[in-house]
Design a protein around this ligand. Sequence first.
Ligand code: HEM
Length: 191
Amino acid sequence: MAGPIMSKSKHQNISIAYLVYALLIGRYIATQPKGDWSFFSWHPFLMICGFMGAMGIAAATKKKGGYTNTKYHGYLSSAGFVLACAGMYIIYRNKDLHERPHFTSTHAWMGIATMVCAFLPAVFGVVFLHPDFGMDKTNKTYRFAHKWCSRTAIVGAYVTGYWGLAKMTQDPLVLATYALPLMVLTPFTLL
Ligand code: HEM
């Protein structure tokens, strides 16, 4: 049930767009609302680099098809998950430093659900679908589950991030700068 193959130039443009989004818009979002970088800023920045940057490029890379691209897809999405784990560590540590209780908001619980949703396809991908040693790499059900769980995680991260950002600012320009590029890029990568 593979989708349409993505051309090399389209993949290049989409990858650049995700990279620019993660680094520039990620930094802009991370320094809201006052424009200053703090220890907290690493949380949104790393979450954006992980879910929007690395995993966005990883999803586009899978669409190029083939053995090598499938392996790059795995490396990139794993790197994205590691970045997201680092972002989680930062926010957990930041709360400890400020002696504030953990996991008290809707954003926090959406974030936990999203992380679980990202972890499952990563593990199942390595064990069952890896092109070299996956135990059942052509199994259509596993491939379907991997694809949809990953899509849910990525879209979940977009919504979770919006929720977190809306706690920090209600400025429509900032919210639109976060959301609009993702709405434009998502159909190219996730559909
Ligand atoms: C634009 C990106 C993001 C922004 C601006 C942001 C903002 C925030 C803020 C302000 C907090 C502290 C208040 C609270 O606990 O709700 C927080 C905590 C948290 N965020 Fe985010 N966040 C972003 C992305 C994400 C993503 C993508 C996830 C997970 C996939 C996530 C998971 C969490 C979790 C689990 C906490 C609670 C940590 C704890 O209570 O120890 N965040 N975030």
